[in-house]
Design a protein around this ligand. Structure first.
Ligand code: SF4
Ligand code: SF4
Length: 173
């Protein structure tokens, strides 16, 4: 009998969304209406400077540490949840020189911890992880496109929620 990967509904991945304080849950431009607008902030942009008239916004972020859609440890917008939530516990890390996407996993996920400990969990993970890794790939390509879209004269910027200011991005997507 095969064992199916099962989220333990601890809600941990929907809390501490600002664990490094600086940035929140990443939202694609098409996802901003999923959240109250007073809980969102700009996140990613490109241009000479954020005040420049041709500055272009590429992504947004949630400012809350705990997601406002979490209720009794369950997602109340599950069918419409953002891509990063769909991809969890996978994260897009970087792109190699040959264009391959590099992923990491979130070891803090309780279900994943169990998966690592149990052979049956590992078998079950294989079927589920296909979906999550596809979602992570989608975000990866989206971020990679952002990187490729930046011309030599452009600068990528990230909005730091802690400092409440834009800073030049050193991330390599
Ligand atoms: S941290 Fe893992 S087990 Fe807990 S709610 Fe998120 S996906 Fe489920
Ligand atoms: S949208 Fe749903 S899955 Fe995503 S952080 Fe909020 S409650 Fe969690």
């Amino acid at each position: 009998m095969s064992w199916e990967f099962k989220c333990l509904e601890c809600g941990d991945c929907c809390k501490n969304l600002r664990s490094n304080k600086k940035f929140g849950l990443l939202l694609l431009p098409s996802e901003i209406d999923l959240f109250p607008h007073d809980k969102e902030e700009l996140c990613l942009g490109k241009g000479i400077s954020p005040n420049h008239p041709e500055f272009v916004i590429w992504g947004f972020q949630l400012i809350d540490d705990t997601c406002p859609h979490l209720f009794e440890n369950r997602c109340t917008i599950y069918e419409n949840r953002p891509m990063v939530c769909r991809a969890y516990p996978f994260k897009m890390n970087s792109v190699t020189a040959t264009g391959e996407l590099v992923f990491s996993i979130s070891p803090e996920c309780r279900a994943l911890k169990k998966a690592i400990e149990s052979e049956k969990y590992r078998e079950g993970m294989a079927s589920r992880s296909l979906y999550e890794s596809e979602m992570a790939k989608y975000i990866g390509y989206w971020l990679n496109n952002f990187q490729r879209w930046i011309k030599k004269e452009d600068t990528p910027w990230l909005y730091n929620l802690e400092k409440k200011e834009w800073e030049v991005s050193t991330l390599k997507f």
